[in-house]
Every structure is written in structure tokens, then in C-alpha cells.
Ligand binder design. Sequence first.
Ligand SMILES: Cc1cc2nc3c(=O)[nH]c(=O)nc-3n(C[C@H](O)[C@H](O)[C@H](O)COP(=O)(O)OP(=O)(O)OC[C@H]3O[C@@H](n4cnc5c(N)ncnc54)[C@H](O)[C@@H]3O)c2cc1C
Length: 438
Amino acid sequence: MPDSGERTTDVLVIGGGTAGFGAALAAARRGLRVSLIEAAAKIGGVMACCPGMPWGGGYPVGRNIGGVFEELTTRLMGSTPPAAAVRPSTLENFGAEVIYDHEAATFAMFGMLEEAGVDVHLDTIAGAPTLDGQRIAAVGAFDRRGPLSVRSRMVVDCSGDGDLSAKAGVPYTVGSGTGDMMSVTLSFTMIGVDRDRAFAETDPYFEHYAAQGIREGRLHPDLAKLYLMRGFHDGTVFCNTVHLRGVDGTDPSARVRATQEGRRRCRDLARFLVDRVPGFEHARMIDLGPTVGVRETRRLEALHRITGEEVANATRFDDGVVACDNPIDEVMRGAGAMTHPAAVARGAYYTIPLRSLIPRRIGNLLFAGRLVCADPVAFASVRGMPQCMAMGQAAGTAAAIALETSVSVQQVDRRRVVDALIEQGLNRIGGCDAPAPG
Ligand SMILES: Cc1cc2nc3c(=O)[nH]c(=O)nc-3n(C[C@H](O)[C@H](O)[C@H](O)COP(=O)(O)OP(=O)(O)OC[C@H]3O[C@@H](n4cnc5c(N)ncnc54)[C@H](O)[C@@H]3O)c2cc1C
């Protein structure tokens, strides 16, 4: 985009998290002009807020979902030295996860966007849409030079929070449906850990240490489960455990307050680990997240709402765009606990339908990632980063095919989108190529 206020593009992707990455890449690879607007200074979204957080859910029933996720993991694993590895999750009902070098991963993602010719704008925030009937005619945005107006033939909202889609009148639900959203989390890594001694403890939650810390008044009561896991590099332990309840991720002030409180709790936890948990005696904190990671805010209304029942029944939709077998990974909604019961029977998986990414009315808008239309139970399963990347890839491909065939997103030939995604390497989609579980 040139510097001045008025810009045009074919596809405007809002948000450069895992979903926006997939969407921008897919649309640009079909030869379209694609602009990606990201409010932060880095690609990754939640992944950038929680450096080192494993990609979970990428291997339903033991097989990579394919598409851009497989491309990225293959690129990282094939680099010298390897910058990623696959391993079993230490948590019940989670399958294999990919652990990676955070800087190498975000560098590779940016490189893939560059190679595809995506026009990436960081530190740029999208504001309000200008509507022309049932279409978005332009999107207002702002960077340090001032206001911008972007005219785009298609818009893909991958912002996680969906401010723009909400302003465009797309109906939405928040969190549990009664306003309770999953907790937000500030993560950090400990370096210099003697991991053999630390992980002589077999409880992935280190619960008896946590209970001691709470009893001694050193840890917040919400730290009853310390989720500590081996980081990618030797001697590192990733701490995805400082959860803060009742934070509205769409409220910037609430996020700031939560981040500062999170920093206090992370500091207390790091000190406690050093003082009390074997193996951490000579460790120190690195990579404290720049801000809390937000799991859940708005979910937009679409042509189809995925339900917990469909997930439990291992439903494979004709327009399924990615396979998933992640558990129902709920993290402290309201006064709730952290739970992750299995979503489907062992050896089964379900798919996420393209229709859950297509709004009912606006003709040139799609969305992906954690904006997916799902009920609270289904959402707790579909939200893994590999699935978000694939949903983005599907939305970007659907946007391109709608433009190529001069139809609205509601009229796009969904079979054609699925076929294009199969060509791009996504597997077990669109009615599926694997036998149903016995
Ligand atoms: C603490 C935490 C732990 C998690 N653990 C795991 C895990 O271990 N494994 C796993 O696979 N998944 C995990 N998840 C889930 C997963 O990280 C998210 O569901 C996924 O990253 C969401 O991706 P997204 O692209 O939809 O949204 P986001 O990652 O939220 O990205 C949205 C992007 O849009 C940008 N944006 C927002 N508004 C605007 C605007 N107006 N203009 C421009 N840009 C905007 C934001 O800055 C952000 O970069 C976790 C989530 C959290 C929060």
C-alpha cells in the first residue's frame, strides 16, 4: 500500500495471528493483492504473546492436518539445526504437539508471507467499516502517520475479537453465552533448569508444590495447578499457568490491568519455583509475555454453528476444512476450573465446516480462527493454533474463489473450495478420505 490515506487491495486480512497468517498466505498464493493489517509489532497473535507455546491439535489421530501448518512445521524441522520437534503432550486427551524455537517460527512465518507477496502492515489498527448495503466498501485504519482508508474487494476478519465485524452488524456471542469468558494467561519461560530433576515429578501440574505455595501465601489461589512443560531448548521450562479470571479481552484497559497483575503473579511463581521445586535452584525467568494471551471473546454468527454434540459425534461435514480431535479445553470460565475431557472417542476426529466461517449477510466478509461460529463446548475444542491456521487458509481460499467466480461468499462453491484445499495439502476434509472409526 502507498503511504497516503486512500488504498486499494483485493483481499484485506485483519489480524496477523495464526488465522490471519493462513488467510493471507492462501489468498496471495492465488495471485491476488493481499494486505495484512496487524495491530501489534509482530506476527503471531496469541502465539507472539506467549512465546514458546506449543502448537497443539496439529496431529488428529496421529497425522498432520496438512496445508500451511504442515509446510511451516516441515520448514522448521528441516532447518539446520532443527527449529521444531513433535512430541506427545503431557496432558491427558491431548495428542501430539509441536514445540519450536519461537524466534525461528515467527521469522519463518514472516518469510512465507513475504515470499507470497503479502503486503504486511504491523503497528496498524483497523477501525470501523464503511458499508455499502450488504458489502464492506472500505475499512478505516490507523498507523503512526495517521488515518487510512482501505478499499478491498474482500475482507477476512482474523482479529480474534471481531471489533470490525461487530461494527459491520454481524451478530455474535461472547464466551459462555452469558458473558463468562475463559481466563487470560501471562506465560513465561524458566531457563537454567535441571530438567531431569524437575520432571522427576510426574504430575504435569505439580499440584502438591502449588498447594504448598498457596498455603504459604506465596502463590495466588488460582495457581492450584502449575502447568510446567519442557521448552524447545535444553534447560528451558515453559510456564503456561498464570491465569487471570473475568478479564474482557475486548477492553484494552482490562488487558493492561491483567497484564500488570499477571507480571506480579509470574514473578512470585518464578521465585517460588527457584526456592521450592527441585531442579529450578539455578533457573531464572526469560520470555515473559508482552501482554496476556486472550483465549476467548466474541464468536461471530455464521451459516453454521458447530455444536458440542456435532463434535462428540465426530461429524465430518461435506464442507469440512480441517480435522480436529482436541479435547474440550476449558480454562476457568467464570468461577469454573481448568478441564480438558476428551471431545471424541479415541481414534475419531471431526471436521470444522467452511460455513462456520461465512457470515449470513455481508457478501464480502469471511472470518477465521477464534472468531469461528461455535457453541461454548465446541469452541473449547476447535481453538488450537493449527486449526486456526487451517481455518485461515480456508477463508483466504474461499475469498479468492468468490472473487475469481464473481459471487458473494454465501454463494461461493464450497466443494470447489474444499477441492482447492485438498490440492493445498489439507487432509481428511470435505467428506473425508479415511475410514470412520470402528
Ligand atoms: C494463554 C493461551 C494458551 C493457549 N495454549 C494453546 C496451546 O498450548 N496450543 C494451541 O495450539 N493453542 C493454544 N491456545 C489457543 C490458540 O493460541 C488461539 O486460539 C489462537 O492462537 C487464536 O488465533 P487467531 O489468529 O484466531 O487469534 P489471535 O492469535 O488472537 O490473533 C488475532 C490478531 O489480530 C490482531 N488484531 C486484533 N484487532 C485488530 C485490529 N482492529 N486491527 C489490526 N489487528 C488486530 C491482534 O493483535 C492479534 O495479533 C492458547 C491460547 C491462549 C490465549
